[in-house]
Design a binder for this molecule. Structure first.
Ligand SMILES: *[C@@H]1O[C@H](CO)[C@@H](O)[C@H](O)[C@H]1NC(C)=O
Ligand SMILES: *[C@@H]1O[C@H](CO)[C@@H](O)[C@H](O)[C@H]1NC(C)=O
Ligand SMILES: *[C@@H]1O[C@H](CO)[C@@H](O)[C@H](O)[C@H]1NC(C)=O
Ligand SMILES: *[C@@H]1O[C@H](CO)[C@@H](O)[C@H](O)[C@H]1NC(C)=O
Ligand SMILES: *[C@@H]1O[C@H](CO)[C@@H](O)[C@H](O)[C@H]1NC(C)=O
Ligand SMILES: *[C@@H]1O[C@H](CO)[C@@H](O)[C@H](O)[C@H]1NC(C)=O
Ligand SMILES: *[C@@H]1O[C@H](CO)[C@@H](O)[C@H](O)[C@H]1NC(C)=O
Ligand SMILES: *[C@@H]1O[C@H](CO)[C@@H](O)[C@H](O)[C@H]1NC(C)=O
Ligand SMILES: *[C@@H]1O[C@H](CO)[C@@H](O)[C@H](O)[C@H]1NC(C)=O
Ligand SMILES: *[C@@H]1O[C@H](CO)[C@@H](O)[C@H](O)[C@H]1NC(C)=O
Ligand SMILES: *[C@@H]1O[C@H](CO)[C@@H](O)[C@H](O)[C@H]1NC(C)=O
Ligand SMILES: *[C@@H]1O[C@H](CO)[C@@H](O)[C@H](O)[C@H]1NC(C)=O
Length: 532
C-alpha cells in the first residue's frame, strides 16, 4: 500500500496526469523476461528517438537504430516497436516505466506510466508429515488413531498463501487449513480411515497468482484387536481336512500363512506351508498327511505388526468314543445306548452300527424302532420295544479325518417271564415274612380278647361275662380249659367268669397259613407282574 502510494505520487509528478487516472500495472516473475510496451506508438509510425524512463531517470534510449543504456545494463533493449525488453528480471527492476518518443516528424509524445511489480516464487515447497513410516515404494503410512502433524513451508515474494488440501480416495477435495504465514502447521489428533488420501500443500503467490504444490499420499493402516480365527471341518469324504483361517478388519490386507508346527523332528519338510495376502486362507490336507497330536497354525501379519504376528492353531485329535458298554434290557422295554465323543478334532461323524448274527456290520437306520439322537458330544441310540432279537453287539462308530474308532456295546435281553418269576419269588417271600410279623404282633396285642368273641352269645344268654385269654407262646399247653371264678354278683344273676385257654402253638400256625392263602387269592401275583 505504502509503495503504491509513493509511486502514484511519483507518477503524478512525472506525467502531470490527472488525479484518478489508473496506473497500468505489470507483474513480472523474478528471472523471467518481460516486455514493457510503449502504448501510444501507432503500429507503423517511423520512430526517430525512443527513451525509457524509470522512476524519472532514463534507463534506455534509442536514436534510430542506436541503443544507448546509460547504466550499461545489457538486460535492457528496445524493440523496433519501441517496447522495453527486460531479460532476467530482478527485484531492482520494480518501478514506474514511461516511454518518451519522437517520430520523424518531430512529434513528441509521452505515454502514461506502467508500474512494474516483481513477484518471486513460490519456490521450494517443503512438506513434512510426522510421525509416519514409509512403504518400500516410498508411500507413507500411519497407524489409525495416532496423532499426526502436517507441516508445510515455501518461499515467495512478496507474499503467499499456504493451504493444506485433502483429497480422499473418491477424489473429493477439501481445504483443511490456509494461512499467509509460512510454515503452515496442521495437527490431526486421532487419524481415521476417512483421513486416508492425498495431502497437498498449495502455495500461491499473492501477486502473480502462481502456485506450487507438493502432495503426499498417506495411508491409514489398521490392525484388528482380535486374532485370526482358525476353523476346521472334515471334507465331504472324511479323508480330507479343510482348514480355514480368516482375519477380517486388517488394512491393508493381511498376509495369512498356514503352517505345520514341527516338533523336535525337523528332518521332514512340513506337510503344510502356504501363505497368501488375503482375509481368508483355506488349505486342504488329506488323511495320509495327518496324525494324532499334529498342530497346524495360522499366522496373520500386516505392515503394522512386523515383529508381533498374531496366531491361531488347531491340534488334531483322534476320535475316542466312550460309554457304558455292558447293558441289560428287559424284553418289551426300551434300551438306551449312550456314546460320548468329546475328544475328536475335527468333530467326528458318529453313527451307530450293529453286528448281525452272521458277523456282518449293518448301519442302524433311524426308525420307530431305533431312535437316534445327537446332543453335542452325546450320541444315544434308543431301541424301542426290546425283543430277544435285539440282543447282541452294537457299535458306536466315530470317524474324523485322522481315523475311525469304534466302541462295542453288548446288549443282553432278559425275558419278562424269568424276570417276573424272580419278582414273584421275592414278593412271596416278603409277604410270608410280613404276614407272619403282622399276625404275631396283632395276636400278642389282642391276646386278652381272642377267645371272647366265641363266648359272647352264651354270655349274653347267661348274662355272664366270660373272658378268654389266649397265650400261644406259653410253654405249658392245656388240653382242657381251666375256669376260675374271678368275680360273682352279689345278687346271683350276673357272674363274671374268666376262662383261660391254653391253645397249642400248632393251632396258631394253622390260622396264619389260612390268612396267607386268602391274601394270595385276592391278589393274584401273576397278573400284577405281567403288567409291570
Ligand atoms: C500506416 O498504417 C495505417 C493504418 O494501419 C495505414 O493506413 C497507412 O497506410 C500506413 N502507412 C504506411 C506508411 O505504411
Ligand atoms: C539522433 O541522430 C540524428 C542523426 O544521427 C541527429 O541528428 C539527432 O540530433 C539525434 N537526436 C537526438 C535526440 O540525439
Ligand atoms: C522527451 O523527449 C524530447 C526529445 O528528445 C525531449 O525534448 C523531452 O523533454 C522529453 N520529455 C521528457 C518528459 O523527458
Ligand atoms: C505404494 O504401495 C501402496 C500400497 O501397495 C500403493 O497404494 C501405492 O499406490 C504405491 N505407491 C506408489 C507410488 O507406487
Ligand atoms: C515446519 O517446517 C519448518 C520449515 O521446514 C520448520 O522450521 C518448523 O520447525 C516445522 N515445524 C514443525 C512443528 O515441525
Ligand atoms: C464425494 O463426491 C461425490 C460426488 O461428488 C459425492 O457423492 C460424495 O458424497 C462425496 N463424498 C464425500 C465424503 O464428501
Ligand atoms: C490473481 O487473481 C486475482 C483473483 O483471481 C485477480 O484479480 C488478479 O488479477 C490475478 N493476478 C494476476 C497477476 O493474474
Ligand atoms: C462337497 O459336497 C457338495 C455337495 O455335495 C459339493 O457341492 C462340493 O463341491 C463338495 N466339496 C468338495 C471339496 O468336494
Ligand atoms: C472361511 O471362514 C470365513 C469366516 O468365517 C468365511 O467367510 C469363509 O466363507 C470361509 N471359507 C470357507 C471356504 O469355508
Ligand atoms: C515356509 O515357506 C516359507 C516361504 O514361503 C519359508 O520361508 C519357510 O522357511 C517355510 N517354512 C518351513 C518350516 O519350511
Ligand atoms: C494326499 O496328499 C499327498 C500330498 O499332497 C498326495 O501325494 C496324495 O496323493 C494325496 N492322497 C489323496 C488320497 O488325495
Ligand atoms: C419306550 O419308548 C417309546 C418311544 O419313545 C415310548 O413311547 C414308550 O413309552 C417307552 N416305553 C417304556 C417302557 O419306557
Amino acid at each position: 500500500m505504502e509503495r503504491s502510494t509513493v509511486t502514484f505520487f511519483l507518477f503524478l509528478i512525472i506525467t502531470g496526469a490527472a488525479i484518478g487516472d489508473p496506473l497500468e500495472m505489470m507483474v513480472g516473475n523474478l528471472g523471467d523476461s518481460l516486455s514493457v510496451p510503449c502504448r501510444s506508438i501507432v503500429g507503423n509510425e517511423t520512430l526517430s528517438v525512443v527513451s525509457w524512463l524509470k522512476d524519472g531517470g532514463v534507463v534506455a534510449s534509442q536514436n534510430l537504430s542506436v541503443v544507448q543504456t546509460p547504466s550499461d545494463d545489457k538486460r535492457l533493449s528496445i524493440t523496433k516497436e519501441g517496447s522495453l525488453n527486460i531479460a532476467g528480471l530482478l527485484l531492482i527492476d520494480e518501478g514506474i516505466y514511461i516511454c518518451n518518443y519522437s517520430s520523424l516528424d518531430h512529434k513528441t509524445e509521452t505515454q502514461m506510466g506502467i508500474q512494474l511489480l516483481i513477484a518471486g516464487g513460490p519456490t521450494n515447497v517443503r512438506t513434512e508429515v510426522t510421525p509416519v513410516a514409509a512403504l518400500p515404494n516410498g508411500t507413507l503410512f500411519v497407524q489409525k488413531d495416532s496423532a499426526v502433524s502436517f507441516n508445510c513451508s515455501s518461499n515467495s515474494y512478496p507474499s503467499q498463501t499456504l493451504s493444506w488440501v485433502f483429497q480422499d480416495l473418491e477424489s473429493n477435495s477439501s481445504v483443511l487449513a490456509s494461512s499467509n504465514k509460512s510454515p503452515l502447521e496442521l495437527h490431526v489428533s486421532s487419524i481415521q480411515s476417512s483421513n486416508q488420501g492425498t495431502y497437498s500443500c498449495i502455495a500461491q503467490n499473492t501477486l502473480s497468482n502462481q502456485t506450487a504444490s507438493k502432495s503426499t499420499l498417506l495411508l491409514v493402516y489398521y490392525t484388528p484387536d482380535r486374532h485370526p480365527e482358525c476353523s476346521w471341518v472334515m471334507g465331504n469324504d472324511s479323508s480330507h481336512l479343510l482348514l480355514n483361517c480368516s482375519w477380517h478388519g486388517s488394512y491393508p490386507l493381511p498376509t495369512l500363512q498356514w503352517e505345520e508346527v514341527l516338533g523336535a523332528d525337523r528332518s521332514k519338510p512340513p506337510v503344510l506351508n502356504v501363505s497368501m495376502t488375503t482375509e481368508s486362507l483355506v488349505a486342504t490336507l488329506n488323511r495320509s498327511e495327518l496324525y494324532d497330536g499334529q498342530t497346524l497354525q495360522c499366522t496373520g501379519q500386516n505392515q503394522m505388526l512386523r515383529s508381533q504376528p498374531r496366531f491361531c492353531s488347531v491340534t488334531l485329535k483322534a476320535p475316542l468314543p466312550k460309554g457304558v458298554t455292558l447293558l441289560t434290557a428287559l424284553e418289551g422295554g426300551n434300551a438306551t445306548l449312550t456314546c460320548s465323543e468329546a475328544n475328536s478334532t475335527p468333530v467326528a461323524k458318529t453313527s451307530w452300527r450293529r453286528r448281525t448274527s452272521n458277523s456282518q456290520i449293518q448301519e442302524v437306520v433311524p426308525s420307530a424302532k431305533y431312535i437316534v439322537s445327537d446332543l453335542g458330544p452325546e450320541f444315544t441310540l434308543k431301541i424301542v420295544n426290546i425283543s430277544k432279537f435285539d440282543e447282541g453287539v452294537y457299535l458306536c462308530r466315530s470317524e474324523n479325518t485322522l481315523m475311525v474308532k469304534e466302541l462295542e456295546f453288548l446288549l443282553t435281553v432278559e425275558s419278562s417271564v424269568s424276570y417276573a418269576g424272580g419278582v414273584v419269588g421275592v414278593f412271596i417271600a416278603m409277604l410270608i415274612i410280613g404276614v407272619g410279623i403282622a399276625v404275631g404282633v396283632s395276636a400278642y396285642r389282642n391276646r386278652d380278647r381272642i377267645c371272647l368273641g366265641k363266648i359272647i352269645p352264651f354270655m349274653e344268654e347267661e348274662r355272664h361275662d366270660v373272658f378268654h385269654l389266649v397265650e400261644s407262646d406259653d410253654e405249658e399247653i392245656f388240653s382242657e380249659p381251666v375256669a376260675r371264678s374271678i368275680a360273682a354278683a352279689t345278687n346271683g344273676h350276673a357272674t363274671s367268669i374268666v376262662q383261660i385257654h391254653r391253645i397249642p402253638s400248632s393251632d396258631h400256625e394253622d390260622l396264619g397259613t389260612t390268612d396267607t392263602e386268602v391274601e394270595e387269592t385276592s391278589k393274584p401275583p401273576e397278573q400284577e407282574l405281567v403288567t409291570f
